[in-house]
Write a protein that binds this ligand. Structure first.
Ligand code: ATP
Length: 255
């Protein structure tokens, strides 16, 4: 179980997120939504302890800031927003880095057969069995995103944090990713937090939602209990429901 209690993060004394509290048991998914700059990425980075936080973030009862990096890597996998420049690793080398992360204080040359087999499994699961020697700077945006997912899976974490995981994926791979995560969680021993901009996709991912605005939680809970047209307009400063309904009408006009 992930327990986030009264968490705040400040940069240069400027508070970015404030008093965030929620918990996520294994076997559950949580979609985080909110406008640009509302603190979604900052919250994920705090959970992964890439930045300092005030308050408490516990995994399996243990405070994240007291855990060593390799221990955190065995618990949390963060799939970041994509950037545009990368070292020219091959797909397999990139995915293997996910495995290195959880090997305590060790680096290249220390993986064993089990690690290699695990990496192979992740490459197959993400459709890279025939492309593992391709350099990642030759991949398309969507392929690259899948390669980074494979790297995150290779960490074999308890919780995956997805920061806008589908922004480079076509519809096929968007749905594939959501299906894959459902399978991955089916044993009830893993959890996923996903940050989404597309509210429809967020809904396909999870009915359990948390909305952030200006660094604070506006509301959290089940979609049909907390979301209304007025609520979405308050969070995003625009008529989201009107937009969705206009599109829905258009979809009804085609076969
Ligand atoms: N290292 C940093 N130093 C100073 N300010 C930062 C830093 N990282 C983020 N911020 C600021 O914190 C705020 C929240 O940023 P964050 O990336 O968490 O928002 P977000 O909700 O993920 O936004 P988006 O939807 O645009 O990805 C922004 O105003 C951003 O400029």
């Amino acid at each position: 179980m992930l327990q986030v209690k009264q968490v705040s993060v400040a940069f240069n004394q400027h508070k970015i997120i404030q008093n965030i509290s929620f918990s996520l048991p294994y076997g559950h998914k949580l979609a985080i939504l909110g406008p640009n700059g509302s603190g979604k990425t900052t919250l994920l980075r705090a959970i992964d302890h890439l930045i300092d936080y005030q308050g408490s973030i516990k995994l399996g009862g243990k405070e994240v800031r007291e855990m060593k990096r390799a221990e955190i890597a065995g618990q949390i996998g963060l799939l970041k927003q994509m950037s545009t420049s990368y070292f020219p690793y091959t797909v397999k080398e990139l995915v293997m880095q996910g495995r290195y992360r959880r090997l305590k204080g060790q680096f290249f040359g220390t993986v064993d057969r089990t690690d290699k087999e695990f990496v192979e499994k992740c490459l197959v699961a993400t459709g890279f069995q025939d492309m593992q020697d391709r350099r990642i700077d030759s991949l398309s945006g969507g392929q690259l995103q899948r390669a980074f997912l494979a790297k995150t899976l290779a960490q074999d974490p308890k919780i995956i944090l997805l920061d806008e995981p589908t922004n480079h994926l076509d519809i096929y791979y968007q749905l594939e990713l959501l299906d894959y995560l459902n399978d991955w969680m089916a044993d009830g021993e893993h959890a996923v937090i996903g940050v989404f901009h597309d509210i429809n996709l967020a809904l396909s991912f999870s009915k359990e939602m948390l909305f952030l605005k200006a660094g604070q939680i506006v509301n959290q809970g089940q979609f049909n209990q907390i979301v209304s047209g007025q609520f979405l307009e308050h969070v995003f400063n625009t008529d989201v429901l009107g937009y969705l309904r206009r599109n829905e009408k258009l979809w009804q006009t085609i076969k």
